[in-house]
Design a protein around this ligand. Structure first.
Ligand code: NAG
Ligand code: NAG
Ligand code: NAG
Length: 142
């Protein structure tokens, strides 16, 4: 009985991982281009002032992982990596509609990473609203 239940749990975890892997989008861009890393939540309407949006590099080996942060509805650059300074922008008019995509300017080979977008809502308590990963791949320079 216990064994069966454990087996089912393993299967479930395995399936979840497969789904997560499938959901990872790959975005291909060329050096010097501006590119949009997409992160879209199709749920209820959100209030800007309660939102926290973190874009980060999904790699523990990186020294600095903060690509962009929005706290209480405001951009917060205090922890942003120098590499991304002045190169990132959220789409302000779309945030409350659940579009947390990030515009990354002037991409280069060194921007090739898996990026993770994490959206939290602080309304009394803090809860995770959405999480998504995108892979940025640079086409070989011509
Ligand atoms: C950025 O966040 C830090 C704490 O995380 C806070 O002390 C600082 O005031 C914030 N800056 C802005 C411009 O919101
Ligand atoms: C970002 O832009 C500001 C204002 O335009 C400038 O003073 C600063 O040097 C820039 N930072 C980097 C790292 O490019
Ligand atoms: C774009 O990035 C490259 C380095 O990757 C830099 O040499 C160049 O000046 C940047 N261009 C602009 C317009 O910021």
């Amino acid at each position: 009985m216990e064994l069966t239940r454990y087996g089912f749990l393993l299967l479930l975890l395995h399936t979840m991982r497969a789904v997560t892997a499938l959901e990872k989008k790959i975005i291909v861009s060329k050096p010097g281009e501006n590119t949009t890393l997409s992160c879209i939540y199709q749920g209820r309407k959100l209030h800007l002032k309660n939102l926290r949006v973190y874009w980060q590099i999904d790699d523990d080996k990186e020294e600095c992982t903060v690509v962009h942060a929005l706290i209480s509805g405001q951009d917060n650059e205090s922890k942003q990596c120098i590499h991304f300074k002045n190169r990132t922008q959220l789409f302000w008019d779309r945030l409350e509609d659940g579009d947390f995509s990030l515009l990354l300017l002037n991409v280069s080979q060194s921007d090739e990473h898996t990026y993770k977008c994490i959206v939290l809502e602080k309304a009394g308590y803090t809860s995770m609203v959405h999480q998504e990963e995108v892979v940025l791949s640079l086409a070989a320079p011509v």
